[in-house]
Design a protein around this ligand. Sequence first.
Ligand code: DGY
Length: 386
Amino acid sequence: MFPFKSEPPSLVVSNLAKATAHPAVDEVWAVASEEGGAARDVATMSREVAAAQGKPIEVIPQERVGKLRPGKGDAMNTAIARAAEQGRDRVHFYDADITNFGPSWIEGAEAAADRGFGVVRHRFPRASTDAMITWFITKPALARLFPGTFLPRLDQPLGGEVLLVREAVESLAGSEFVRDRSDWGIDTVITYATSLMGLGLYEHHVGDGKRHALYGSLDELRDMLVECLDAARSLAGRPGPGSDARHGSDPPTPVPDDVKSTVAFDLEATKNLLDGPWGEEEANLADLIPGAMGGLLRARAEAGPSFMDAGLWYEVHGFLLDNFTLADHASESLAFRLWLTRVLAYTTNQARWGFEPAIAYLESTIDDYERRSASSPSRPAPAPRS
Ligand code: DGY
């Protein structure tokens, strides 16, 4: 199953064709978030591919399943409901924008499922300036909420590349928590929900990396940031997997040189975003952050973003987990500004050390957050969404 929106139709169809050609695959679904344009082109182009392969490729309109912004979550849940209804044995999910998708992805996941793992996630090296939501929102949240479990150590907790066996698909289809999540938060809740299923989780390593379009300014990630933050927040107070839950993973392989040297976003264009004006409500909200952060942030023009180091971010991230409100303009604007400050602090300092030291630094921050969280009293669940 491939969810798609505005990816180039030729890329989507090339991925559909590669999946269809694989002997383990019976049928391929592309869930289209919008009618017309791309959906029509993908449907037309894939008809020929399906005829040549003698297997169905269906372009399915995304249904309105959840309660938040209609987005990737609705697309995933459209396919999950359909697969559960049809009793499919195994379902693979892949993002439609992967430019190096191929049979080895399917084979790696199938092999782990054959060894008895009910959930297989693909993991892959990413540039040291890529995965900035993963490193600064999702992994810290998993570390502080579920220390000592495999969740903080999952390589790509926001990855949309996963294989699920029938039992996992049925369980997700029956979960209101998962169904409601119609936006970018879906990957977080699927990662969390599948970690509790007791079906075994394996991480299949894609040594070549996941090649896909990267970003201009980080403004492009604003929706994803606030929705992933809200999804992380929604995990607070929930139980985690047992520390003995079955988790396996392929060993890492040498990282390709071009992944090591990739710069994932436009630094100059992103720096300018911090100069955006402060709203009054946003400034008031910032004044609630412990440690006089509001004043520090507004004085940033002089200080630069470097003050937002890993230690300070632990406090700020905790404040966001406790206080963030999705769809509230001031809260979203502040969360974006804080995250951006942390990303720029890292990018203009540790990311300059080179790929290996930068990734080792990021990993050490997650280990540290996990240790700090394990040794402090558990955090209360946030107030329920109104
Ligand atoms: C992440 O942080 O993993 C998102 O994919 C954005 O890069």
